[in-house]
Ligand binder design. Sequence first.
Ligand code: NAP
Length: 285
Amino acid sequence: MINGKTRICGLIGNPVEHTLSPVIHNLLAEKYSQNLVYVPFLVEDAFLEQAISGAKALNVLGCNVTVPYKSNVIPWLKELDPLAKKIGAVNTLVLTKDGYKGYNTDMPGLLRAMKSDGVAVTGKEVIILGAGGVARAVAYLMAQEQAKKIWVVNRTIEKAKEIEKEIKEQYLHCEIEAITYDNLTCLEGNGYLAIQATSVGLYPNDDEVIVEAKSFYQKLEVAYDLIFNPKETMFMKLAKKEGVRAYNGLKMLLYQGIIAYELWTKTTVCETIIDEVYMRLREEI
Ligand code: NAP
């Protein structure tokens, strides 16, 4: 019930209409009997600064931040968590005395998702498909988790090379190489972990896939698609056809939300409730 003690959390982005975050946070609030509501805030580019100062003025407890503001929001924050600072991307704001502190829960969210799926990174050769905002954060995670080598594959090679340069500067011993899709045939051996971080195959373009070659999928041990709608992407289907374990990005979405909720409410969400939220998310797609 909404009353005088109700706290507000929300999502800042553009667009926000299709977000599943309200499902996660309102269910968590219900399960933990927290007097909290989570709503979407559609923010136009020109009003980002006012949105942040207005949220503080209205005592909004916390926000998630989505495209296109994960980096642009940083100048308007009072404090940055070291991980968010390193990646240069924020997806969670937590109210403090002076303003908002920015965190990145996407990256630890993906790590928790991978752990829950039994996917290990350390010592693996990792292929990241894409070099957009999420691919960049994934490259940081793979470097931090000590992948044996990271391949960043992108249509626009300059963007992949930027990630390569950044990671080399931040993780001196990390082996990382930027290539285009044409060079994928050069990858030797097998046992690769591939992470699909492009928007190719996203609903309603379910039939599209970033790589078609059977020989690519035969080199993989695990295929992770960060897309969660559709539940099974063409990338996952082609991987499974070659006997490769394949996962979608729904658990990453789930865990980035769980970590954000834990930051806002200073609680720890138990596994039973995490499972319930995951089930609800699956029903929503
Ligand atoms: P982004 O910054 O816009 O990057 C898009 C990437 O896709 C770029 O590397 C782009 O290549 C590539 N791409 C797009 N169309 C292409 C095409 N036709 N052929 C080849 N490459 C193409 O997007 P983002 O924010 O990183 O998001 C990427 C994906 O992650 C999205 O599908 C999103 O749904 C998913 N995601 C999942 C979660 C989760 O919680 N599971 C969270 C955030 C995002 P160019 O650089 O060459 O243009």
